[in-house]
Design a protein around this ligand. Sequence first.
Ligand code: BGC
Length: 438
Amino acid sequence: MPKEPKEKHDHKTLKFPEGFLWGAATSSYQVEGNNVNADWWDWEQKHQPPHLRSGLACNQYNLYEKDFDLIKQLNHNAHRLSIEWSRIEPRDGEFDISEIEHYIKVLKYLKSLNIKVMLTLWHFTLPKWLSDKGGWENLRSPFYFERFVKRVIPEIAEYVDMFITINEPEVYVYEAYIAKEWPPQKTSFWGKIKVNLNLASAHKKAYKFLHQSYPSKPVGIANNIQSFEPYHKHSLIEQLAVILYDVGANHLFYLLTRGTHDFLGINYYFHVRFKDGKGALPEIAEASSQSRDISDLGWEVYPEGIFDVLTDLSDHLPIYITECGIASTNDDRRNRFLITYLHEVYRAIQAGINVKGFFYWSLLDNYEWHRGFDPRFGLIEVDYTNQERILRSSALVYTDIIQHNGIPHSLLRFIGHTIQASEVLEKRLKEELKKERN
Ligand code: BGC
């Protein structure tokens, strides 16, 4: 008798671990609006044309209930957000009680919706008074940060589940001290070193305090981790560039802060190929010139990279993907992004990496720093003319994944297809979602 043909593929949901955190991330300066005491605000008025200034941003300072209701509606079980140091301590050593009370209300509301709160304490902006004193170059900056943390956290800790002390130290150093696109737009070799060391020291001080005072609330940083690769696999010089960049950009800050992390927070956006150039050193091969799939910001869409960085970094600590997202005005691309990147996260978990949560960047369109409001990262679209929030279809795809605690078979159709084939599928998915909504 002929044997029953064995089923080659199972058609089940790709399940994530029980208790996996599903959410999205924002930062205070990018969504709140009117952060007039920050160094960024001051810099924008002096150096940026009006359309590139943050202004009212998404007015989340006033609309937070509306945004958090949407989070609940979308079934997120966690949310990452930050508090704005410059609001809470507008002058050196002077704390504004009404702003602390504001954040108590914000966090309390989130908790009342039964959402796990991951709170970032520093996300790129400084109080103006501190930047006037040299910002993170000032040797006392770690002390100022510690003073801020010790003053404000006891008031809000009961509404927080996990802490991120510092967001992307290396991105800050790069943008502010190398590319000079962000304040204080300086180039100074020693400046860079001082900023790195002071950020590391600030983290360590905050970690010590938080870890001792709130042992049940894990503390970490959110580090921008890039996936590096040689363009020509046989090129030794390109391999060497990969090693140097991987250590410098991905591992250095962890080495400086060794032993002060309860988890690793990973922000993943970049895949970089080094190409042996005309000069002595390899150069970065531009994704756009290689006809790679790129976002509206020219960043390569490369899901396999998240698998690479997860395996590269994994040690005994749990990992949270604290940011990962795409700037695109074409939401079909965001759908595909979510499914394919999460598929790689799933593969990493299957390979034994302890990934415990994923925070899509970003919950809603927001102020993308020196690039203003054009890049659209949101699951939720913001109409800046009237601050209206409009759910994108990707928000619903993400909800579908959350409700399954994994990637349902219906969405797996998108993996492994060419972009053109995916576009046909995306059209179909959109129609299905539309039907579901009606
Ligand atoms: C930052 C965010 C930023 C996002 C997209 C991350 O580097 O933490 O503030 O908006 O990338 O550029």
